[in-house]
Structures are given as structure tokens and as C-alpha cells.
Design a protein around this ligand. Structure first.
Ligand code: IPM
Ligand code: MN
Length: 380
């Protein structure tokens, strides 16, 4: 059922996070206006810079706000002081030092059970790549269109590291429960996309026993519950070169957390770079959307960073909320935002430095304004 209003928690975070999220929210407000939706947006200051000042990553009660939100949207976390990344102190609040901003990214993923990290690898028409520092078109639009589903709660991300024989050991955890639900998510997505009806399992199961288990569960669930789908397998190292050479082979890819992290950045290379890459952290009850780029401290505060990944995160959020609440206004808004971004990319004029070079570059805020402006007419 459509809701009367939607409560959105926005976590700007660090570095370029606040400026790109600002443009994402500008587009969200434009969609709100056009489709008369009513978003209640609450911004919460957080991340590494907040930790550096307050020794906590966000104000008390912030997690509870995330928990009660209809959806969360995140900028980026990771702050530097004197060129060094800020980590939390041991025991405060985690046993091991963690990247300050851990509470927002990893904490929310784990505590809200956002078990599937959905990362589309899609090349839009007109997008050029920075190869050898030059902007060229290398891959063909239409031939780069698959989705990486990254398991989002375990693998090497348990936050534990233990002493061992004069060294350290970080465990790799793969449980049946987490694997079954994420592979089912991937199989269902392949059916919904109805393209190649194929799911590729990407892991390091030739070496890591826990990944072998991931692959076994993938095979079992696939064969028993999804006989209409093709099951495909790749080791992550080989996959990294196949996704560059033959991206057209892939439809839906599912991977444990760490290989999923790596192949989604690698895939972004073939789709215009990190400035365009988005991720939806999805669970059964909650979801958080974010650009997959980091906080890029060296570009912060310059109104220079590409806001399109943040804007496409808003697009994904609209689509998820619209589907979940059977709210056609949100689904139409999502389609319209994607059209607006695709138009801007194919025209190739109002874009940031990473897509058209420093000389012709527009500012971050100009790009946000250009997308928002295209949301003024109700033509679909
Ligand atoms: C990502 C990031 C995070 C991760 C970092 C910031 C902890 O790289 O969202 O992909 O490793 O998951
Ligand atoms: Mn990453």
C-alpha cells in the first residue's frame, strides 16, 4: 500500500559525501514535487570527521532513526587528519580499531540485516572511459549490463582479527543461512530481469574452504529451486579479466562479501568509473542506498565530484520503495530520474571532469541542477 509520507534518513558522512548527497537530495525533492509524494528527510551528521571531534561516529539515537526509516541514503565515509585515515580506538565502541564510519556502513549493513548488496554494472550511451588518462569509448553500451549481488554481512567482514603465532588472523565466515538468502535473491533477480536467465557464482573456492561451501549452497539452491536458470561459475581472479574482456557474458553475478567488493569496483571501470557506480544494501525489512565510491578527501569541498552515483542511488531507492509499497508515483519517479541521467550522459555537455575532462567540466552542483531541471515536466 502506498504511504502518506516516507521517512528518509540521509547520512552525508565525510569528504565528498555531503556535496554529492546534497545533489541526490535535490533530485529527490524535485521528484517529490513533481509526483506529489511527501518525503520527510532527516539528515544526520556522522562519519570519520564526526568521530574525530566527538569520539563517537554519530549522535546517540541515530541508529534507531535508521531502524525506523522507510529508507536510508548515504554519501560516503572516511576522513583524514594530516593525511592519515581516522580509525576508532580499540574498545571504543568496537574491540578492534575500525575505519571511523564503520557504524554507518558496516554497522547498518549488519545490524539491519541488509544482506544483499545490489551493484548494477551498466554502461549508458555516450559515456567515455578514462583509459591511459584519456577519455575514450572502449566498451559498447548494451554489452555492459549485469548486476553484481554481493553478500553483505559476513565473509572477511566480521570485524574480528585475532593474534596468532606472532601474526594476525582474520576469519572468513560463510553460513548456510546468509548464503541461501543471498543466492535466492540473485536467482529471483535473474528471473525478474528475464534476459539471459543466468547467474554466475564468483568466489575463490579453489583455495578457500568457506567459499567452497558458498558455491555448494549456490549449486544446491539453484538446482533444486530454480531449474529454469543457467548456473555459471568463476574464480574471482579469472573473473576480473573476463568482466573486462567479455562483460556481455554476464547477467546476474553473486559473490561472497570480499570478492563482491572487488569485482564491483572493477566492473565500474567498464561503465564509466566510480563516479557512476551505485549500490543498494537490501534486506527484507530495511534498505540503504549509496554511491560505491569513497569519500575522496582530496576532492572534498571543491564542488567538483560527480554527483551522478548519488543521484542514481536516489533512483534505486525510489524504485525499491515504489516496489515495496506498490506506489506507482515512486516507480514513475525512478524511471524519470534514470531517463534524465541517461539524457545528460548522451548529450555529453553538463558533466563533471571525470566524464568530459577538466577543461569542459561542469561543477557537481551544476550537474545536480541539470538533472533536477529535467524532472520539472510530467511527461511520463
Ligand atoms: C564499499 C566500501 C566499504 C566496503 C568500505 C568503506 C568499508 O569499499 O562499500 O564497497 O568494503 O564494503
Ligand atoms: Mn568497496
Amino acid at each position: 500500500m502506498p504511504k502518506q509520507s516516507y521517512y528518509i534518513v540521509a547520512l552525508p558522512g565525510d569528504g565528498i559525501g555531503p556535496e554529492v548527497l546534497h545533489e541526490g537530495l535535490r533530485v529527490l525533492r524535485a521528484a517529490d514535487e513533481l509526483f506529489q509524494i511527501d518525503f520527510q528527510i532527516e539528515e544526520i551528521e556522522c562519519g570519520g570527521h564526526y568521530y574525530a571531534e566527538h569520539e563517537t561516529e554519530w549522535p546517540d539515537g541515530s541508529f534507531e532513526k535508521c531502524e525506523s526509516a522507510d529508507a536510508i541514503i548515504l554519501g560516503a565515509v572516511g576522513h583524514e587528519v594530516d593525511g592519515k585515515t581516522v580509525f576508532t580506538k580499540p574498545g571504543k565502541p568496537y574491540p578492534e580499531p575500525q575505519l571511523a564510519g564503520f557504524a554507518q556502513v558496516i554497522g547498518n549493513r549488519q545490524k539491519l540485516d541488509l544482506y544483499a548488496n545490489v551493484r548494477p554494472v551498466k554502461l549508458y550511451a555516450g559515456v567515455k572511459h578514462k583509459i591511459h588518462g584519456e577519455l575514450k569509448q572502449v566498451w559498447e553500451p548494451g554489452k555492459v549490463d549485469y548486476v553484481v549481488i554481493r553478500e553483505n554481512t559476513e565473509d572477511a567482514y566480521t570485524g574480528q582479527t585475532n593474534e596468532v603465532d606472532g601474526g594476525k588472523v582474520t576469519p572468513i565466515l560463510i553460513t548456510r543461512k546468509a548464503t541461501e538468502r543471498v543466492v535466492r535473491f540473485a536467482f529471483n533477480l535473474a528471473r525478474k530481469r528475464n534476459q539471459q536467465l543466468k547467474v554466475t557464482c564468483v568466489d575463490k573456492s579453489n583455495i578457500i574452504g568457506a567459499h567452497r561451501f558458498f558455491r555448494e549452497v549456490f549449486r544446491e539452491v539453484g538446482q533444486n529451486e530454480f531449474p529454469d536458470l543457467k548456473l555459471d561459475y568463476a574464480y574471482v581472479d579469472a573473473f576480473c579479466q573476463w568482466q573486462i574482456r567479455n562483460p556481455e557474458w554476464y547477467d546476474v553475478v553473486v559473490a561472497p562479501n570480499l570478492p563482491g567488493d572487488i569485482v564491483s569496483d572493477n566492473g565500474a571501470t567498464t561503465a564509466g568509473g566510480l563516479g557512476l557506480a551505485v549500490g543498494g544494501n537490501i534486506g527484507d525489512e530495511h534498505a540503504m542506498f549509496e554511491p560505491i565510491h569513497g569519500s575522496a578527501p582530496k576532492h572534498a569541498g571543491k564542488d567538483k565530484a560527480n554527483p551522478l552515483a548519488a543521484i542514481l542511488s536516489v533512483q534505486m531507492m525510489l524504485d525499491w520503495l515504489g516496489t515495496r509499497h506498490e506506489d506507482d508515483r515512486l516507480l514513475r519517479a525512478a524511471a524519470k530520474v534514470e531517463d534524465a541521467v541517461a539524457q545528460l550522459l548522451s548529450e555529453g555537455k553538463t558533466l563533471t571532469y571525470d566524464l568530459i575532462g577538466e577543461e569542459k567540466a561542469s561543477r557537481c552542483s551544476d550537474v545536480g541542477a541539470a538533472v533536477a531541471e529535467r524532472l520539472q515536466k510530467p511527461d511520463r
